[in-house]
Design a protein around this ligand. Structure first.
Ligand code: C2E
Ligand code: MG
Ligand code: MG
Length: 706
């Protein structure tokens, strides 16, 4: 109340000064009559603020401006009078109608004996708005459904300084648990995800980024975090914080994975669809072109599927397609793609077969044989058994500039040809391939026939020592086909091997050889016969028993039988080969390594094997007299054989030059046209039995197995 008494006691000059200060003060100041709310006076700043002139204001009461109303304001006057407070927050409606926030300080004074309130007001509207929007922003952060994380860019390792409730809900971590930590703990152990590089460089460069990361919740569950990071700058433009907005999009990811799956896979069989197949084929063609290898497209169309579908209904049809799809998947190699194009059409991609077209065709044939077998197995659906067959069309790539869809069309064309030929047929798009495959199929068929009709003959080719005396013979199979032609074993042994016919064929040869051994021994001319044993035959589980049985049945002396095997047979599984050879050796038979030098030629294994003999491959003998490399190889083999106490037979000895070369180097045994051609077994036996005894040397034949 001091001001009141102060003013009362001032003289007129001082009062004028006061009015001057009042008028010119930059603060909004006005005088009110607390009895009736009249605005007694207002300074220039107040006039400017409210928009009314002094005259106008002098006719107004404060509640014309202050939106709190008369009652509330009278209460404020009373509070001031009572000394409770002289500070209030009010809202004034100015002339334009706008409402402004004001802080008012009320000072009761006495002017000319009149009790008035001198009021100083501050327009705090802008500050209030700033505070309001800050408060709003904070509430928005707290209410947001997106996880928000703010980290402090000015502290080392950017600790988290704020997370909102949505973050807590999303990750399971509370604010207290994460504040002060760097947010990388969300990555678990996945610190080399592709998105992280982008995050690191965005933080470094101070820019926004958006990535999808695999993050972990507090309970360890994984979620896909769609993270948007933005830098926050202060007025000086310096980055003070980074704000991260994160969203769990695991659901979306699952949906889009599902959509992708639907776009690329057949919903019925879950096999890749045409689109994915063409994608993979395009890649396979490019790879094949780059690496100079062949691949194949195999088009498979089920025969008579439509009939079954119509007769049994679509559900049965669908079950059948699913079953066939599963079988095709089983029959394929790991690198192949089986796809369903639609209906009863399947297609197989065989990439990277071989760089040799013939080997590739054989590989394709082998896969097709498996497929046909898989499809032909009866399918049991409900009460019925169905027998399914398929028409198959094949095309090889790369040929030229064919696109993936061109190749698919070629395979389709070939399939139609197969269909036209009859059920369960395979056709190739390439005429040459078709011819080769047809020829092979015919040969395969004839071979089975020949096996049944016993169209094979055993030929024997004599082997001699350095004095030209017969020491033994090699049994070589011959096939007289229906047309009376003689087919080379080189042409049919590989097919017999592939089809498994080699096993009965080999047993047949073994028996013929043993019969000849027995005949010659009984006649007092015991000479050995060498029999070729194919890999498949040797590896067969019954091979030992088969040899034992044939020896027993024919009564042939085991030590007169030599089994010729190749290095490949031994090397495929050395331990198993050794154990099998030992079992057979126990029967008394000898072993010879055929075509020695063409395979692994690792001499180190020789002493591990129970061997009697090496046969130097004819390719070395042919050129040895003229080719230095071959000559030294022959010399090396002879030296090693001598070192290991092994017999050596030189194969393919055709000329006197060969003979001289070999004799000079101490080669003990010879086989070749120079001495004898292979002749029918009976003829050979007759020759041995009817010839002079001096032509024969039985010393080698009579040696026991080592
Ligand atoms: P191989 O076991 O190396 O047999 C030697 C081959 O060389 C025989 O061919 C023989 O006729 C041929 N030959 C013999 N002397 C000469 C010569 O002076 N010059 C030339 N250029 N060749 C000569 P063949 O009878 O055509 O047999 C070829 C291959 O077929 C055999 O090579 C053997 O691997 C296989 N083979 C033959 N018979 C059988 C058999 O009963 N079972 C098995 N698994 N394979 C057999
Ligand atoms: Mg041989
Ligand atoms: Mg040979």
């Amino acid at each position: 109340m001091e001001i009141i008494s102060e003013l009362q006691n001032r003289d007129a000059g001082e009062k004028d000064m006061f009015l001057q200060i009042f008028n010119q003060s930059p603060a909004i100041e006005y005088l009110l009559d607390p009895e009736n709310g009249h605005i007694v006076d207002a300074n220039n700043a107040a006039c400017t603020f409210w928009g009314w002139s002094r005259q106008q204001l002098r006719t107004m009461r404060i509640w014309d401006i202050n939106i709190a109303g008369q009652k509330k304001l009278e209460q404020q006057f009373n509070e001031t009078k009572a000394g409770v407070t002289n500070f209030f927050m009010n809202q004034h409606r100015i002339k334009s109608g706008e409402i402004r926030h004001v802080e008012v300080y009320v000072n009761p004074i006495v002017l000319k004996g009149r009790r008035l309130n001198l009021i100083i007001a501050h327009d705090v509207t802008d500050r209030r708005r700033a505070e309001d929007s800050l408060r709003l922003a904070y509430r928005a952060l707290e209410a947001a459904t997106i996880g928000i994380l703010i980290s402090d860019a000015q502290q080392p390792d950017m600790p988290i300084s704020y997370v909102n409730p949505a973050f807590e809900l999303l990750t399971g971590y509370t604010q207290a648990e994460v504040l002060g930590r760097n947010c990388r703990f969300l990555q678990g152990t996945q610190h080399d995800q592709p998105g992280l590089d982008e995050v690191r460089s965005a933080l470094k460069e101070g820019r926004c980024c958006e990535v999808i990361l695999q993050n972990f919740k507090k309970d360890g569950t994984v979620f896909w975090n769609q993270l948007h990071i933005a830098p926050l700058r202060n007025d000086a433009g310096m980055i003070t914080h980074f704000v991260g907005a994160q969203k769990d999009i695991s659901g979306q990811m699952a949906v889009s994975a599902r959509i992708d799956h639907m776009a690329y896979y057949d919903p019925l069989t879950e096999l890749p669809n045409r689109r994915l197949f063409l994608d993979r084929l395009t890649t396979a063609v490019a790879v094949a072109q780059r690496n100079n290898v062949f691949g194949a497209v195999v088009f498979i169309d089920l025969d008579n599927f439509k009939n079954l579908n119509d007769a049994e209904g679509h559900e049965v049809g669908d079950d059948l397609l699913r079953e066939i799809a599963a079988r095709l998947q089983q029959a394929q190699r790991r690198e192949d793609t089986v796809s369903r194009l639609g209906g009863d059409e399947f297609v197989l991609l065989l990439p990277a077969l071989s760089d040799n077209s013939e080997i590739s065709a054989n590989l394709v044939q082998a896969v097709i044989a498996r497929i046909q077998k898989a499809i032909c197995e009866p399918v049991v659906l409900g009460k019925f058994q169905h027998h399914i067959a398929a028409s198959i069309g094949v095309t090889l790539f790369p040929k030229g500039v064919e696109s993936a869809s061109d190749l698919l069309k070629q395979a389709d064309t070939a399939m139609y040809r197969a269909k036209a030929t009859g059920r369960n047929c395979v056709c190739y798009f390439e005429p040459a391939m078709q011819a080769a495959v047809s020829a092979r199929l015919t040969l395969e068929h004839d071979l089975r026939d020949a096996m049944e009709r016993q169209d094979f003959r055993m030929f024997l080719q004599g082997q001699v020592n350095a004095s030209g005396k017969i020491i033994g013979a090699e049994a070589l199979i011959r096939w007289h086909n229906k047309e009376g032609g003689l087919i080379s074993p080189m042409a049919f042994i590989p097919i017999a091997e592939d089809t498994g016919l080699i096993v009965p064929m080999g047993t047949w040869m073994l028996r013929q050889a043993c019969l000849a051994i027995k005949t010659m021994e009984q006649a007092g001319r015991p000479i050995r016969i060498s029999v070729n044993v194919s890999p498949r035959q040797f590896r067969g589980p019954d091979f030992r028993d088969c040899v034992a049985m044939v020896l027993q049945e024919t009564g042939a002396r085991a030590s007169l039988l030599t089994l010729e095997i190749t290095e490949a047979v031994v090397f495929d599984n050395l331990t198993e080969a050794i154990s099998k050879m030992r079992q057979l050796k126990a029967l008394g038979v000898h072993f010879s390594i055929d075509d020695f030098g063409t395979g692994y030629s690792s001499l180190a294994y020789l002493k591990k094997l129970p061997l009697t003999e090496l046969k130097i491959d004819k390719s070395f003998i042919q050129d040895a007299p003229t080719d230095m490399n071959d000559a030294s190889l022959v010399e090396a083999i002879l030296a090693v054989a001598t070192h290991h106490g092994l017999q050596v037979v030189a194969e393919g000895v055709e000329t006197l030059q060969h003979v001289d070369f070999l004799k000079e180097r101490g080669c003990p045994l010879f086989q070749g046209y120079y001495f004898a051609r292979p002749i029918p077994g009976e003829e050979f036996v007759h020759k041995v039995l009817s010839g002079p005894a001096e032509d024969i040397d039985t010393a080698i034949s009579l040696q026991a197995a080592p």
